[in-house]
Ligand binder design. Sequence first.
Ligand code: AMP
Ligand code: ZN
Length: 468
Amino acid sequence: MKIFNTLSKRKEDFVPLEPGKVKMYVCGPTVYNYIHIGNARPMIVFDTVRRYFEYKGYEVNYVSNFTDVDDKIINKAIEEGVDASVISERYIAECKKDMAGMNVKPATTHPLATQEIPGMISMIETLIEKGYAYAVSDGTVYYRTRKFKDYGKLSHKNLDDLQSGFREIKVTGEEKEDPLDFVLWKPKKDGEPYWDAPWCKGRPGWHIECSVMSKHYLGDQIDIHAGGEDLIFPHHENEIAQSEAANGKEFARYWMHNAFLNIDNKKMSKSLGNFFTVREISEQYDLQVLRFFMLSAHYRSPLNFSADLMEASKNGLTRILTAVERLAELSAAASGGELTEEERALEGQVKELVDKYEAAMDDDFNTADAISAVFELVKFANTSVWETSTKAFVDDVKKTIEKLCDVLGIITEKKEELLDGEIEALIEERQQARKDKNFARADEIRDILAEKGILLKDTREGVKWTRA
Ligand code: AMP
Ligand code: ZN
């Protein structure tokens, strides 16, 4: 199995620290709003990486944090006049709903930064003892970047180039020794959450959080550390500096980074305002379509979001689900527990396509090519499995497609549920039908909705609906 390692900028053979086990850490979202579909890309991509390791028989310890203390969370809390924890708890719960909709498995552990403060204080103390960090008079603690000889090894940046970049930037706090030094602990400001620490009442810097959560749940050394490519510098570079200086060991063997999800060829981001939330997409599409769309490109290639590509993904996915549905019907009617001779020959083709799929996934998780292999298998099913096939053969083809789809996180059973957007469109159509005195259609729509367990209620603000 080969993985492109950002450290070496090459594809490398995957060799686990411990045979049969994978320890991986994926930087999670900052929870101050609904997640957008850009944030969904690393979730889907690295969940698929995890699933493929599991398919290969590895035991995966998968840790992904929620950053639940941050300026943006604090600002939102001030805006709403509530405690910061109200905001972070709300959006963690919403994020978990979106993850479930996208069939992203819950991590082995989802640590919260605010629950890990003692570990952070302890790592900062170690860094100070070892001379890698220093506190200034207001209680801010900085990391002494130049002291860490390997600084820049992940982002392939040179300290002097970085230094010249910093010349323009105003250095706050004259006691900071070097513009390259970054914050490990900062003093509290009025109205902000804070914790007691030896240097001042305050809160941790963002980078130390991940170093500590990774150490707590996975140990000093891990196999894979992952996230979006915007995290390479400074976040992951700083994590390496902290963890390796404190623990005295190489931190992560492989660093994996997904490329951006773009819209009109610009990065989708909250700050640019050019984003769709996962929740918005779920009103129009089953989130499986979003997942399938994300995996239709290699994770290191930029991916442009568009309605056309989503429609294409929807059609592709339907093709797979329809084929599996047909196989289920054939299986129910079929008999015969032994393959015929002809079927044994055909099995060879199934095996070849499975090999093709695995070869694609073994090559740095090339999900785009893996999906092509699934489509070939679907074509095979549609042209080589018939009413005359034995049950053994039908089931074998069906199970193979299901298993390969499961690695991609695609559930092959067709969902009968209506999407929120479809329900709203039907309700609107029913209102119009009533206005037009087309009561037959209005009743028909009411029945369709009732059959799907959608309850309607007329209120002064219009029709409200709930799922039974
Ligand atoms: P954030 O909440 O901004 O810290 O982001 C959480 C994760 O989403 C990080 O791994 C980011 O790199 C990733 N991410 C944010 N925006 C995008 C995007 N447009 N495309 C791909 N990944 C993204
Ligand atoms: Zn992180």
